[in-house]
Write a protein that binds this ligand. Sequence first.
Ligand code: NG1
Ligand code: MG
Length: 512
Amino acid sequence: MSGPVPTVTALQDIYTQQALNDQTVRWNKLLDKFQALYGTPAQFVSRSPGRVNIIGEHIDYSLYSVLPMGMTPDVILAVSTDLEPSQEGTYKIKIANVDNERFPTREFDVPYSEVDIDATIHEWTNYFKSGLRGALQLLRKKYGDDFKPKSMQVLMDGTVPAGGGLSSSAAFVSASALAVMIANGERDVDKKALTEVAIVSERAVGVNSGGMDQSASVFSERGSALLVSFTPSLSARPVYFPKTNPELCFMVAQSFVTSNKQETGPIHYNLRVVECSMAAAYLNAKLCPKGTELPKDAGPLGVSIRGFHQNYFKDSAKSMPEQLTELIELTKSTLTQEQGYTLEEVASGIGISVDEVKARFMSSFPVRGEYFKLRQRALHVFTEALRVLKFLALLEDPAQAPDSEHTVEYNKKLGKLLNETQDSCRDVYECSCPEIDELCKIAREAGSYGSRLTGAGWGGCSVHLVPADKIDDIKKALIDKYYSKRNLSEKDLEEAIVVSQPMNGSAVFKLK
Ligand code: NG1
Ligand code: MG
């Protein structure tokens, strides 16, 4: 699925027929506003969508495959390079948002030498800047260090709810990096290069992220989910759902509990990444021959559970499911402390000093923790990686394909795996929250085959695998039993539930 990001000239190439009217109005508004604001027309629009993860939660940074899909909500950036820098040695970035109350207009004179990002403040344009920084790295690699970026004026419209678990951040960073590449004269922006840049760039905003969201945002294709793999290097391929009757749909339901990774990262997301890397080092030290190094990988901390896995099963003929099953048992017998491990215990398990543990695992991103739950985190990762494989086998193994008489049984099997993911996220990885648990319960009772959190968790969104003929019942149940009990604005209510089909990833829309 690699190749260049597509350039399109019609909205039909991006959205479904159903979405077309609303999108046409929205795009026209963006372009009119651009003209009014900057006194010049936009030259192009870069677009990247949000994503929902179907299965494979919190395992991307341990380098196991995940199965997200692109969605209709997206970030669109209208751009023109028709302006002059105001100071020698700098270029100018003017950036505005159609929602300028929440996201105020900014103007920067950026020195050629570097893009300054203050990750300690929560500022919406940081995401643009990190895309800018990443894109410039690519451009400099190609054209040399004295490459001089163009000035840009940008107007953004985003429909992916911020902090809502559909990865508005990845959509924004990918669309920004793409916009900078195009503004600087690149024609064919390679999808893989763009994704890699977006992954690394997002870390500049202070979150030690895996690579699922950016991959989904860039690579997705209409009509198929996307299997994203990280070893031996980043790759993505489409995965199709068989036709069933009634058709299967994905319903995404917001919890309206906002989990802001910039604030909670140190005790939630970043801590999980650290615990997984520590578990990798611990298992490697205990189970692989003395002196076996953990391979350095492109994961956030440079070492991953997958790296240990590959060391342990080097040259093994066992199948991946067999290997994962064995690793689950080994984790139980090796990482025996249910209550977690102190820093001292982690250090002595790995055979290094506490200072070295801190330097290796805790210095690049803010984290806070006294007990590190290596056993639970590793168990979640191995069981979840196995569930992804089982889910894929149901979709793709002809022997498991549904026949017309057994589609309900088949759907239940898919749903069961999603429900097991939710159980593991709630009890073992501890990344759910009571509100998400409640949404899942309500939806299942009303006819969802499988319900779970999607994305990082601790709030955000839930995803439900539902038969088309139950959509209304499930919506009604969620409204009656959950949304009506919260003080939600009309707009929130409208956006609370989205039934989505898999949609296209990044694109450049050429004007004129
Ligand atoms: P969201 O929901 O966008 O915060 C995060 C990570 C993913 C992945 C999931 C959990 C970022 C940008 N994204 O998603 O890489 O680890 O959590 O599966 O941090
Ligand atoms: Mg995000």
